[in-house]
Design a protein around this ligand. Sequence first.
Ligand SMILES: O=P(O)(O)OC[C@H]1O[C@H](OP(=O)(O)OP(=O)(O)O)[C@H](O)[C@@H]1O
Ligand SMILES: NC(=O)CC[C@H](N)C(=O)O
Ligand SMILES: [Mg+2]
Length: 505
Amino acid sequence: MCGIVGIVGKQAVNQALYDGLTMLQHRGQDAAGIMTVDEHCTLRLRKANGLVRDVFHTRHMHRLAGNVGIGHVRYPTAGSSSSAEAQPFYVNSPFGIAMAHNGNLTNANDVQEHLFQTARRHINTTSDSEILLNVFANELDKNESLTLNEEDVFRTMTAVHRQVRGAYAVVAMILGHGMVAFRDPWGIRPLALGKRDTEDGEEYIVASESVAIDGTGFKYVRDVEPGEAIYITNDGKLYSRQCADKPMHCPCIFEYVYFARPDSFIDGISVYASRVNMGRKLGEKLKRDYADLDIDVVIPIPETSCDIALEIANVMDLPYRQGFVKNRYIGRTFIMPGQTQRRKSVRRKLNAISAEFRGKNVLLVDDSIVRGTTSEQIIEMAREAGAKKVYFASAAPEIRFPNVYGIDMPSANELIGHGREAIEIRDMIKADGLIYQDLDDLIDAVGAENRSIKRFETSVFSGEYVTGDVSQEYLDRLHAARNDVARSERDGSEDANLELHNDND
Ligand SMILES: O=P(O)(O)OC[C@H]1O[C@H](OP(=O)(O)OP(=O)(O)O)[C@H](O)[C@@H]1O
Ligand SMILES: NC(=O)CC[C@H](N)C(=O)O
Ligand SMILES: [Mg+2]
């Protein structure tokens, strides 16, 4: 789940882009990048593997001159972890285009082949985002004029939507002209628009989450519609149009469960409010169906589940205690690239306060159980800290199917819930009881905050993929390319860093 941000400003945008990326850091910890266009219409770039604070030093910030720019934090879902696949990507024709993408294309291989056969376009990395950039460039190139207007941009976008499938929220810069922001026809990945008035005129921002709009001093205007394209010229004129043939809004429900920050609003839904609702629904289920559980205290597994656990405690009329302390210098474990690193990080990240566990029956609450890395170790830690019984509740239902839309869950057999019933999972994580939220309750918890959304993207729970193009053959290929073993072999090999991009400076 990457984070993207783009600004068309009246003054230098480097600091606001940097700040925006720090507010989106929770969406991608592997790589970060910023591209700006300076006054000579020349691209400035800094991208490398690492966290935002480690990638950009003062000397890089000075280099990132210009009033228009885009930024990206990466959590890979395709290709490799090479810094050459950090974003934004650039292609020099037509005009010079830079792009940052959140999501994952489901027909990337076919599109790549088609691009080569019909336009002799070479893709140098294994990133689906480079493919998307080239589809966009190829279509924009069909307008053979040296000028560009909004009609050309919208025609391009209509053609792009007809060719690519999957999830894509994107910001792109067309050098000398402006910035384009668009969202796939299902609106799977989030994207919002903001604005601020300055003495020199209006400035615009687009970002994955509203928190990056508020936090940089802009005012949230609205979400980008599924299938819509927004074109903002370098001098600040904004045009927008629906460019998809059949848009159908199905935002990813996992954004609300785990990915997004609670202080963000996505598609009119407060992430925080949706998590409180998840807690209420799950608390009601526990009260209704599990009244016999002798729970003394409710304890969250920081950080994402805290709002959920507090509401469960309220509904059940039980004490809520922060029994685990989180080391704030360790990042999110689920989005780490390999299982060894994920496993090691849980104990480095969380530590138990024994007094909250000793001699008690505890209900541990998490937002979700994906590979089971966290739950298994945390239950062990609760027992070591003296808990008598350890029950476990998950605010999301059993995750049984791979994700193909920008969440790195490529292999069914790495998911603890795949092909297993709750009772088997309970035994694997060694809990005394395991309670999952029902899918209808999760959908209701999120949907209650915006009744105009009729469907959510819930494939990891249901196996139904909204884009309708995900075959078993595709899933097999995804598994072969991106399972943990294949990935560690590839990323550890000497040719992992594709030499076209060099980030040593
Ligand atoms: O079953 P698993 O494979 O362990 O994945 C699920 C866990 O990973 C996430 O936490 P993470 O540490 O990424 O971030 P957080 O601090 O925001 O909760 C999520 O909140 C669960 O705790
Ligand atoms: N998580 C994402 O949005 C990933 C974007 C893109 N597919 C990449 O791997 O770089
Ligand atoms: Mg967590």
